[in-house]
Design a protein around this ligand. Structure first.
Ligand code: AP5
Length: 272
């Protein structure tokens, strides 16, 4: 399938960040992403609830990169009044609530409209995309056309019972997107976001039935990407036990071994 995208290189100086990513179209980021000397371009893989979003936030904060989550784009769309949503997107959002994947075509349209985000001067962390081999092939073409290369694909791994515990306790702020956990990372006041004072909620797809569907779909559709990226020499497997900071540190330890020749943010060259 061809990625429906026009070249966006002419926009590369606009320094877009999540404002453009979440809104798409002609949205311009404000404030712009900060420029960094060596932008990192990463993909995060792993089962639903393994902690990709949590790691993406840490990576973006420390690397100056932009967090590009397709799940966040879809959730932002579902918060709109629905008038501007195409029938395809409305159907996609209904499936998402049940834990099913949105169609490749819809996702590739969403990403295609936001191609200029791939030129973010701070680099990017793709979270939740690609999720199928078709999407990975489309991303590969898109990156080639945009003359941008991935540095690594981090795959976070955790036993299923620990993942289910993470998902069951997750609470999110619909206003600022902050993520909490009822026991692992509780807010200072129960049910209230520390950052913006918003009322925390449970995601609709964190109900037990939707979690089961998401796990099945992950095994069928997304797990094959591990081989796909492994064959391209980009895959870095990271055990996702421990605190978020421990996992962040482990990510770069693993990266040094799996991606020899890469200068990590800790300033150490890989090579095993
Ligand atoms: P998406 O938003 O991408 O969700 P997901 O992949 O299911 O992942 P989650 O956001 O549930 O979990 P996470 O791994 O980010 O974990 P988190 O950091 O929050 O997608 C949602 C839906 O959108 C999909 O089901 C699909 O319908 C659709 N969609 C999106 N992209 C698509 C695509 N490309 N193609 C088709 N459909 C698409 O952490 C989870 C909890 O654990 C939190 O409470 C957190 O505080 C806690 N936690 C995190 N780290 C730790 C730690 N180290 N220790 C203890 N607790 C931790």
């Amino acid at each position: 399938m061809d990625t429906p995208i026009e070249s966006s290189k002419t926009h590369s100086n606009d320094l877009p960040d999540r404002v453009a990513w979440l809104k798409g179209g002609s949205a311009v980021c404000n404030p712009p992403a900060k420029a960094v000397p060596a932008p990192w371009r990463l993909v995060l893989l792993g089962a639903p609830g393994v902690g990709k979003g949590t790691q993406a936030d840490i990576l973006c904060e420390r690397l100056g990169a932009c967090h590009l989550s397709t799940g966040d784009v879809l959730r932002a769309a579902s918060k709109s009044d629905g008038c501007g949503l195409s029938p395809a997107l409305q159907t996609a959002l209904e499936g998402m609530r049940r834990g099913e994947l949105v169609t490749d075509e819809t996702i590739l349209n969403i990403v295609g409209e936001r191609g200029r985000c791939l030129h973010c001067s701070g680099g990017f962390v793709l979270d939740g995309f690609p999720r199928t081999v078709t999407q990975a092939e489309a991303l590969e073409k898109l990156l080639k056309r945009e003359e941008v290369e991935l540095d690594a694909v981090f795959d976070y791994e955790l036993p299923i019972d620990e993942i289910v515990a993470r998902l069951g306790g997750r609470r999110v702020c619909p206003k600022c997107k902050a993520v909490y956990h009822t026991t692992g990372h509780p807010p200072k006041s129960e049910g209230i976001c520390d950052k913006c004072g918003g009322a925390l909620v449970q995601r609709e797809d964190d109900r037990p039935e939707a979690i089961r569907t998401r796990m099945r779909v992950y095994a069928e559709s997304t797990a094959p990407l591990l081989d796909w990226y492994g064959q391209r020499g980009l895959l870095v497997t990271v055990p996702a036990r421990g605190t978020p900071d421990e996992i962040y540190a482990r990510t770069w330890e693993r990266c040094r071994t799996a991606r020899p020749g890469i200068l990590t943010p800790t300033g150490t060259l890989g090579g095993g």
